[in-house]
Design a protein around this ligand. Structure first.
Ligand code: SF4
Length: 749
């Protein structure tokens, strides 16, 4: 019985774990994990990580390709049969309707190797420009803001352990105490110092950490994070708390920013956000004073007590998410933090490979290495790495939500330009029927397709709609790498033998490419694919060219960018040695002038997603159209401790499903009383997008004008059915956190 050092298959913290097979077993049956010492988790796991092995031998696992017959039922089929059939369908569709009749949808949970190969496979083997991935629904606003302000996007541009040296952390829109519990240990220093400041419309488990240590919870109205950040920045700039020396030396754009902050004095900010002016001043002064103390310590040659500004999906998943994240970056820049020993700005990536998944060419507008697909130099470089003419690489596609809304070109689905949408879709590692915005519209699109292919290990709600389901490997059965939330590359190792009928997606892509007579090469070996990825990324912003499996296997801490020219240690560095670029921006930012940009941002005149005019100032639901049985509320979506993403995996884990078996709407007792709704009673949430009916759960932790519903569940509890089709104009991020609904008490369905 041999153990394998690996990482948790779920979130971006990628906690280190040791996998042990059951005695006398090489498969997942009876396998167990325990936490492994590692800087990010220090041996800790959450209940999702502890229970991950249960799924390896789940009875619900798909262990042979499933092909839908003429009778509408699935039947098990052989790999040759289904791959021959799929290649024929793709060839026929391309001949009849062109390569863009086929689309590919990837995921932020795929290994770096699979993410890279999927982008190449789509563009070369299928010839389509239509590829995007579910990370568009997670990190796109943060990525767009980071690129705009810093010239480069990496979730945390510093090692996570730097947070342990913090006296002050401003955490906006992230409930790490539930979503990635081992992360909380990195907040303990700031919390103990009374410097943890959490912004959330809900008193989440993370916001509650501020209770007993003198911290601060700013309970802003849903959708007002941008205004709150402008208010904080106003105080910092106008009350002598900004680092003017840093701003002059390392940034551009202060004059324009100053003008946009002028209208946001605390009392006006309070009117919009509901956060008392005194709290806004207190938070701003705490941040400003702590940043000044850190600067002074650095000047004295002492180790500073650092200050950080961190964001999560709560402020990013809005139709103004890029501008809101930009406002958070502006705040950090005013404090003089990014790229200094005194602290920094970072954003907390969510999906397991949410960082690496967005670097290697799954995005509709990017090629490997964070290269822009419409940049002639980038195209020439990648074409050379792929050994094909540059003309074979298609141009930009369209972002995820528009792509999913356009499905079914044979039955009326149209692309944004009015031309027919894709007729065949290949989905890898994503359950869009539950996780995508305006989920009803997405399901309708899936049903309009001529042929839907889903690669997964369970019959997810999306796979259940498919014509063909391809069973693939799980985390403990495959080789590859993942990039965690701090930009550190980690090894995923094969420790178990997969079921005989499951296949690696690298193998599937290689077999399909061979059948299609595709240009380029498609290795089935993760190490070979990684070596090609290194070459394709060389010279790009996310440069992996200096990273090799040998360093990772030796336990070295390797952070991108790591250029091949910098790899001069001869393989002698000890385990734990930091290689590459653990801390970005120390000398310069990634813009050509080396400066960070202070980008002036303003709230939209009419708040995004507020077409019904339901937005109110203050804390309390209102009666839509005077209807005494209904309340206008804002739905906030989010995650529970027990579940991951759409729940396709964790809902199949017995102990997790038992602990959180169904979606529940958290509602303030005062709002519930207005509806005549008892604790545990049924509530209907309705808007023009859809209807959700779930049990309610009283919670004094939420504002009276909001209701919280986790997004892990299908059917009547599928809260993403309420999310509008509104998108951030820069990142194409949907407004997951700000759906306006009419709420009513209803009988049990
Ligand atoms: Fe760690 Fe995230 Fe896995 Fe929990 S789900 S064990 S926090 S990596």
């Amino acid at each position: 019985m041999s153990t394998t050092a690996t990482h948790c298959p779920y979130c971006a913290l990628q906690c280190a774990m040791t996998l042990t097979p059951a005695p006398s077993s090489e498969t997942g049956a009876g396998a167990a994990v325990e936490g492994r010492d590692f800087p990010t988790n220090n041996g800790r796991l959450c209940r999702k990580g502890f229970s991950a092995p249960e799924l390896l031998a789940s009875r619900q696992r798909i262990t042979a390709p499933l092909l839908r017959g003429d009778d509408g039922e699935f039947r098990e089929a052989g790999w040759d049969e289904v791959l021959d059939l799929l290649a024929e369908k793709i060839s026929a569709m391309r001949a009849a309707h062109g390569p863009d009749s086929i689309a590919v949808f990837g995921a932020g949970g795929l290994t770096n190797e699979k993410a890279y190969q999927l982008g190449k496979f789509a563009r070369l083997a299928l010839g389509t420009r239509l590829i995007d991935y579910n990370g568009r629904f997670c990190m796109s606003s943060a990525a767009a803001a980071g690129n705009r302000s810093f010239g480069l996007d990496r979730g945390l541009p510093f090692p996570l352990t730097d947070l342990q040296q913090a006296s002050t952390i401003l955490l906006l829109g992230s409930n790490v105490a539930d979503t990635m519990p081992p992360f909380v240990q990195h907040l303990e220093g700031a919390r103990a110092a009374g410097g943890l400041i959490v912004v959330d419309p809900r008193k989440s488990a993370t916001a509650a950490l501020t209770d007993d240590a003198g911290g601060l919870h700013l309970q802003s109205a849903p959708g007002t994070d941008l205004e709150l950040l402008l208010g904080l920045a106003h105080v910092i700039l106008n009350e002598g708390l900004a680092d003017l020396e840093y701003l002059a030396a390392r940034t551009s754009g202060l004059a324009a920013l100053r003008r946009t902050l002028a209208p946001w004095w605390p009392e006006r900010t309070e009117q919009v956000t509901g956060v008392p002016a005194a709290q806004i001043r207190r938070a701003a002064h705490h941040l400003g004073n702590a940043a000044r103390q850190a600067r002074d310590a650095v000047v004295r040659g002492e180790t500073p007590a650092k200050v950080f500004v961190l964001t999560g999906r709560g402020i990013e998943q809005h139709a103004n998410g890029t501008d809101t994240t930009t406002a958070a970056i502006n705040l950090a820049l005013l404090l003089g933090l990014p790229g200094t020993p005194g602290g920094g700005f970072g954003t907390l990536t969510g999906q397991g490979n949410g960082q690496g998944g967005r670097e290697h060419g799954q995005k509709s507008d990017q090629l490997p290495g964070y290269r822009k697909i419409d940049d002639p130099v980038a195209r020439a470089h990648v074409a050379a790495a792929w050994s094909v003419p540059e003309s074979l690489i298609p141009g930009p596609g369209i972002p995820a939500a528009q792509l999913l809304y356009s499905l079914g070109g044979s039955h009326g689905g149209t692309l944004p330009d009015g031309t027919p949408g894709p007729r065949v879709l290949m989905v890898h590692g994503s359950n869009v029927a539950v996780s995508a915005p305006d989920a009803n519209r997405v399901i309708e699109g899936l049903r309009r397709l001529d042929f839907l292919v889903v690669a997964d290990f369970f019959l997810s709600e999306t796979a259940a709609e498919a014509d063909l389901v391809l069973p693939v490997l799980q985390w403990a059965e495959e080789e590859g790498t993942m990039t965690n939330l701090e930009g550190r590359i980690l090894r995923r190792r094969r420790g178990l033998t997969p079921p005989p009928g499951a296949r690696d997606e690298l193998w599937i892509m290689a077999e399909l490419a061979r059948r299609l007579g595709a240009p380029g090469t498609y290795s089935r070996d993760a190490r070979e694919v990684f070596d090609e990825l290194r070459a394709a990324s060389a010279g790009g912003l996310a440069d992996y060219s200096g990273i090799d499996y040998a360093d990772l296997d030796a336990g070295r801490a390797v952070y991108w960018p790591f250029r091949a020219s910098e790899h001069d240690d001869g393989g002698a560095a000890p385990a734990g040695a930091m290689l590459g670029t653990p801390r970005l921006f120390l000398d310069r930012f990634a813009h050509p002038d080396g400066r960070a940009k202070l980008v002036p941002v303003r709230p939209a005149p009419t708040p995004p997603g507020d077409a019904a005019g339901l937005r109110r100032v203050g804390n309390g639901g209102s009666r839509p159209d005077g209807d005494p049985s209904a309340l206008a509320l804002t739905v906030i979506t989010g995650r529970l401790l027990e579940h991951y993403q759409s729940g396709a995996q964790t809902r199949r884990t017995e102990a997790l499903a038992a602990a959180a078996p169904e979606a529940r709407a958290e509602i303030h007792p005062a709002a519930a009383a207005q509806l005549g709704l008892e604790d545990g009673g049924w509530i209907e949430l309705r808007n023009s997008q859809g209807v959700v009916v779930v049990r309610c759960q009283y919670s004094a932790a939420i504002r009276t004008d909001a209701v919280f519903v986790p997004f892990h569940y299908p059917g009547l509890g599928s809260v993403n059915r309420l999310v509008t089709s509104a998108l951030d104009p820069i990142s194409s991020m949907p407004a997951f956190k700000n759906a306006k609904v009419t709420a009513r008490a209803v009988p049990a369905p």
